[in-house]
Design a protein around this ligand. Structure first.
Ligand code: GLN
Length: 463
């Protein structure tokens, strides 16, 4: 059924870079056989999923949206993928993305742009735009994305689905093609909070292959949802304190987004929560710090694509220098090159203290401020918009990188702080305001480190 949906829809939406129908059907039959043999399987068995194309899948091409990996077929599964495979999940294919996760609209894919299923003239967000569009267009039941500075959450907002960026270290990064290793997280994108919880339960937990993964035991995120709700009666969020982040409201935010988040605050109150405005004075410093740190890490991580050890090799090179520059010149796209240049500059001798070190200091401030706001006796979660606007038109920002970067203001601090954040659909931009088509709006709830269960509980009650 999902393969039929892909055949019907994907020539328009372009969610997938690779579809592997034969493999999907073989996996589905294998699940049938296990059930027929009397095995009791978990909730992910037989569930057709899409996987972002920067997450390695054994035997299935994994490009990270880049030409330099156009022929890369991993010989191993990312840990998140091998866990899902073990649980009997079915993999439909690999989804489109901004090259190496560098972008906010999926227009930086070197393969093709993905279109927003709500309006094909608009972007699905990014960089996990393919995963978000595939879920929204019912081309998969749910998907994995990755989030370095908002790449799960902003496309979830643009496409009207649920997206969860887990705490840094909650899900192993082994087999995730690196963008900025201190910020990268794999997480679920789904139709409902319950689906996201099931998927998180399938991928979370420590991993000896990733030294930054946490050994804290993962909990059964889905099982806790219904009991939490039942216990609260008609006011399931009684006693919960939610902080509405003052710096993310008002000026610079589209009126429909501001209104939707304020309406969400009232809905949370009707469920028993207390919503109060909180101020995070260093909030605006996060974005420039993020772009210094993410690009610095990227410039280092991407140095491996030299055409020798990794990446497609330039065919014509006469000597070693030409081999490096030819392979990288031909294989990497414009935005990736821009970021490697900026990151290399920020790490250069003489500039390191002014940019990289300073950005690290800002990162610490931003983190301390958020963690304090989420401290005991203060907020259980922080509420904000996901982005200043709903989905914009294809091409609208692609020639203005700075405008594109500014759209990440409300998501990047969460990665700097390593915290978990959940995006939930919460309303629409009315059709009249946006040229005839209703566009989805999401809200963002940021939680305490490793409290994905609490965050999902809030989302489940909200839904
Ligand atoms: N849009 C942000 C960037 O381009 C975040 C991307 C991401 O989370 N992968 O860096």
């Amino acid at each position: 059924q999902y393969l039929d949906a892909i055949a019907k829809t994907d020539s328009t939406v372009c969610s997938y870079i690779t579809v592997d129908g034969e493999q999907a059907l073989a996996q589905a039959r294998a699940v049938d056989a296990r059930i027929a043999a009397g095995e009791t399987l978990g909730p992910l068995a037989g569930v057709p999923l899409a996987i972002k194309d920067n997450i390695c899948t054994s035997g299935t091409r994994t490009t990270a949206g880049s030409q330099i990996l156009r022929d890369y077929v991993p010989t191993f599964d990312a840990t998140a993928v091998s866990r899902l495979r073990g649980a009997g999940a079915v993999f439909l294919g690999k989804t489109n993305m901004d090259e190496f996760g560098m972008g906010s609209s999926t227009e930086n894919s070197s393969y093709k742009p993905t279109r927003n299923p709500w309006d094909a003239e608009r972007v699905p967000g990014g960089s996990s735009g393919g995963s978000a569009a595939a879920v929204a267009a019912h081309e998969c039941a749910a998907a994995l994305g990755s989030d370095t500075g908002g790449s799960i959450r902003q496309p979830a907002h643009f496409c009207g689905i649920v997206g969860l960026k887990p705490t840094y270290g909650r899900v192993s990064r082994y087999g995730l093609i690196s963008y900025a290793s201190s910020l990268d997280c794999i997480g679920p994108m789904a139709h409902t909070v319950e689906d996201a919880a099931l998927l998180l339960g399938g991928i979370a937990g420590g991993d000896s292959h990733d030294a930054t993964s946490s050994g804290r035991p993962a909990v059964d995120y889905a099982a806790g949802l219904a009991s939490g709700l039942a216990a609260g009666g008609s006011r399931p969020l009684a006693g919960k304190r939610i902080g509405l982040v003052a710096q993310t409201m008002g000026e610079g935010v589209a009126p429909a987004i501001d209104a939707a988040v304020r309406a969400a605050a009232r809905h949370l109150e009707s469920l028993g929560a207390t919503v109060e405005e909180v101020s995070l004075p260093t909030f605006g410093q996060g974005l420039p710090a993020y772009y210094v740190l993410a690009l610095s890490e990227a410039s280092s991580n991407l140095s491996r694509y030299d055409g020798v050890r990794y990446g497609a090799r330039s065919p014509a090179a006469a000597d070693l220098a030409a081999l490096f520059s030819g392979s990288r010149g031909e294989g990497l796209g414009g935005e990736v090159k821009r970021r490697i240049l900026m990151g290399t500059y920020a790490l250069s001798a003489g500039y390191y203290d002014a940019y990289y070190k300073r950005a690290q200091q800002v990162r610490t401030l931003v983190q301390q401020e958020m963690v304090a706001a989420l401290g005991a006796g203060r907020c259980d979660a922080l509420l904000s918009p996901v982005a200043p606007s709903a989905a914009y038109r294809l091409g609208e920002k692609s020639s203005d990188p700075l405008a594109m970067y500014k759209g990440d203001l409300m998501t990047v601090n969460v990665n700097l702080a390593g915290l978990p954040a959940l995006v939930l659909p919460t309303g629409f931009v009315p059709a009249s305001a946006e040229g005839g088509v209703e566009l989805p709006i999401g809200l963002q709830l940021v939680g305490r480190a490793f409290d994905e269960a609490g965050l999902l509980g809030l989302g489940y009650a909200y839904e």
